[in-house]
Write a protein that binds this ligand. Structure first.
Ligand code: ADP
Ligand code: MG
Ligand code: ZN
Length: 418
């Protein structure tokens, strides 16, 4: 296969049926085909999968893709197969015979793409087996899961540090939609990337409007906001399982088509509720942060945070689920200083001191975001190390002058420092 300047348009059309690359995709494909490590930060919906799936098809051997969720792997494999790519996954949802069959097809070079769960890399026999197979590259999807500084740390991901030893000489590619400078360095170090081709796409989501509103006590405020969105699809995030249940019940009683989602529900109920939302059988899903990763619903028109998110990263990630079809969508954060001591209470209960400090630090940044009178978009982008080029974004509560604003950063931070 050519890693030079030959046109990739033809394989792009042949494999995926797309007539052109999205921004940054071609550069990443070329870097990988040239044998270079890659570190790519692209927002959700930016088209990260294609960046490794195309080289996976064009290069000899199978590409290994580490992915954090069984449901994500299945969706990716189904999607790849629909494009005629020889893809499979290996995780605990398969029984022994099925796993053996997948491994046999890997050994006999019948795969372009193999999705694996991160915990496989902790298994000696799996690592030994890999060393005897032809592997074209190793891809770490959702790479922020390797960092304690990210919003979705998975201890299992730490086993991926062994990849350069197990599979020497092949390119390693890390993809994520979230990375502060700190998380980025942490990922590159833990994965031991060698002089990677680094790509950071813009995180601006121009079709999203950001609003922070003073949170009122009682249910009236949420109900009146949701009435503005009647018949449209959206997510209401709450912190605790109990408040998710209560809010969902309250909304149902008032005639909204709403369902709850949190990790305390049974597997079946969780799946059913998620499906009902994705198929537009209900309008509103009331959820904890357990909802969202790997969910590809394009027509989410609003995301409401009825409680404080735990970090700017999680706020960006959760609001990022709105408007993936490129149409306008709104993100509303309901903020009251009265919420600060509640979150503080949980943080203070943390027994791991460094973890507690990180949680406090993250919360403090969220509070600054919510209490400031600066453009919300600029603040979000600043957080990711990106400078927003305009003075007025024309799509946040501050720039639109939606309400009178007083900067209460100092007061709010005081509440955090007691
Ligand atoms: P990410 O993983 O970055 O969130 P995906 O890889 O899931 O994004 O891609 C998002 C959507 O964009 C998918 O439906 C995918 O088919 C589509 N897509 C990706 N690249 C292209 C392209 N070059 N042209 C058209 N559609 C694309
Ligand atoms: Mg993805
Ligand atoms: Zn603005």
């Amino acid at each position: 296969p050519s890693s030079g300047a030959g046109s990739l348009d033809h394989p792009l059309r042949r494999v995926f049926g797309f007539s052109s690359f999205r921004p940054n995709q071609e550069e990443i494909v070329r870097a990988l085909m040239g044998g270079r490590d890659v570190f790519a930060v692209m927002p959700t919906g930016g088209g990260k999968s294609l960046c490794y799936q195309l080289p996976a098809v064009l290069m000899p051997g199978a590409a290994l893709v580490v992915s954090p969720l069984i449901s994500l792997m299945k969706d990716q494999v189904d999607g790849a197969r629909a494009n005629g790519i020889r893809a499979a996954f290996l995780n605990s949802s398969l029984d022994f015979a099925e796993q053996s069959a997948v491994l046999r097809s890997l050994q006999s070079e019948e795969l372009d793409l193999l999705y694996v769960a991160p915990e496989r890399f902790a298994l000696d026999h799996f690592r030994e087996l890999l060393a005897s197979c032809q592997i074209s590259m190793a891809v770490i999807d959702e790479a922020h899961c390797i960092s304690e500084w990210g919003h979705d740390f998975r201890p299992d991901y730490l086993a991926l540090s062994s990849i350069p030893e197990v599979l020497p000489g092949i390119p390693v590619a890390a993809f994520t939609a979230t990375a502060t400078e700190r998380v980025q360095h942490d990922i590159a170090r833990k994965l031991r990337l060698r002089d990677p081709f680094v790509l950071r796409a813009s995180f601006d989501r121009p079709n999203l409007t950001y609003e922070v509103r003073f949170k009122e006590a009682g249910e009236g405020q949420l109900v009146s906001i949701l009435k503005e969105f009647t018949g449209r699809s959206g997510i209401v995030y709450r912190t605790s399982r109990k408040s998710v249940n209560d809010t969902a019940k309250m909304l149902q009683k008032r005639g909204f088509r709403a369902l709850p989602y949190h990790a305390g529900l049974g597997d079946q109920e969780r799946r059913d509720n998620q499906e009902a939302f994705i198929r537009d059988e209900v309008d509103v899903i009331v959820a904890t942060v357990a909802f969202g990763m790997g969910i590809d619903k394009s027509n989410v028109r609003f995301v409401i945070h009825a409680d404080l998110p735990k970090s700017i990263e999680s706020y960006y990630q959760e609001t990022g689920r709105a408007g993936r079809d490129g149409e306008a969508a709104r993100c509303i954060l309901l903020f009251s200083q009265a919420d600060i001591p509640k979150v503080r209470f949980f943080i203070d209960a943390m027994t791991d001191e460094p973890e507690r400090q990180r949680a406090l630090d993250s919360l403090s940044k969220v509070i600054s975001f919510a209490s400031s009178t600066a453009c919300r978009r600029r603040m979000l982008l600043d957080y990711f190390g990106e400078t927003y080029p305009r003075d007025n974004c024309a799509s946040c509560d501050v720039c639109l002058g939606l309400h009178e604003l007083t900067d209460c950063t100092r007061e709010a931070q005081m509440l955090l420092s007691v």
